[in-house]
Design a protein around this ligand. Structure first.
Ligand code: GSH
Length: 209
């Protein structure tokens, strides 16, 4: 399988970690996001939404990190639920992630680190930081009652919610403020196949330094 990705993309990282943890044979294809590749006609032919990640598996072309995660989980028989109800519980946390955690952490991290300084808006970032803190409190609460977010084992929901939280750039998230999230991130990083995003996918801020 080929994963179109770049190192700075937390959404791509979720797909890459899912492939790693489910022991799939895959390789990354670098997408030059910072030079506008996701807006090119060639890329749009692959992904009408113009977004990374894209997974190509033979004739199957998949976009949206959650769909890719679900596909890889179903294909490998790993990281998913064993019943329809268990799968729904996993999806419930993935939708929460896409809307309230990654959907906020991604733009906030982009604004604070990758947007040119003159375009940064403190009010926008303050609003996003407040929204992120509220969502992370809910994650912290869930993890105070159980080891994993949506099942009694690691699932694609854990990978989705954790995706952005492994990045080193500042985006107002500090592991020390969330002891249960801190413990859970360590448990994810201890899984066989785990790698830091900049070691797993091509591209990192160091390339533009
Ligand atoms: N909901 C999507 C979000 C994907 C997304 O936002 N991808 C970003 C990189 S992290 C992207 O490719 N953006 C391209 C653009 O905005 O032009 C998913 O989970 O895959």
């Amino acid at each position: 399988m080929k994963l179109y990705c770049f190192g700075e993309s937390g959404n791509a990282y979720k797909a890459a970690l899912t492939l790693q943890f489910s022991q799939q044979d895959w390789e990354p294809v670098y997408v030059d996001f910072f030079n506008g590749e996701t807006r090119s006609e060639t890329f749009r032919a692959l992904s009408v939404m113009g977004e990374v990640p894209v997974l190509v598996d033979g004739d199957a072309v998949l976009t949206q990190s959650g769909v890719i995660q679900d596909y890889v989980s179903s294909k490998s028989g790993r990281l998913g639920g064993t019943s329809a109800a268990a799968r729904r519980e996993i999806l419930r946390w993935m939708f929460f992630d896409n809307h309230k955690v990654s959907g906020v952490a991604g733009p906030l991290r982009f604004n604070m680190n990758f947007l040119p300084a003159e375009k940064r808006n403190a009010d926008v970032n303050g609003f996003l930081a407040m929204r992120l803190a509220s969502a992370l409190k809910i994650v912290e609460q869930q993890l105070s009652n159980q080891n994993w977010l949506a099942a009694d084992h690691i699932s694609i929901a854990d990978i989705a919610v954790a995706g952005y939280l492994f990045y080193p750039e500042p985006f107002t998230f500090d592991r020390q403020d969330y002891p249960h999230i801190d413990r859970w991130l360590d448990a994810i990083a201890a899984q066989p196949g785990w790698k830091h995003p900049y070691d797993l996918m091509p591209g990192s801020p160091a390339d533009r330094a």
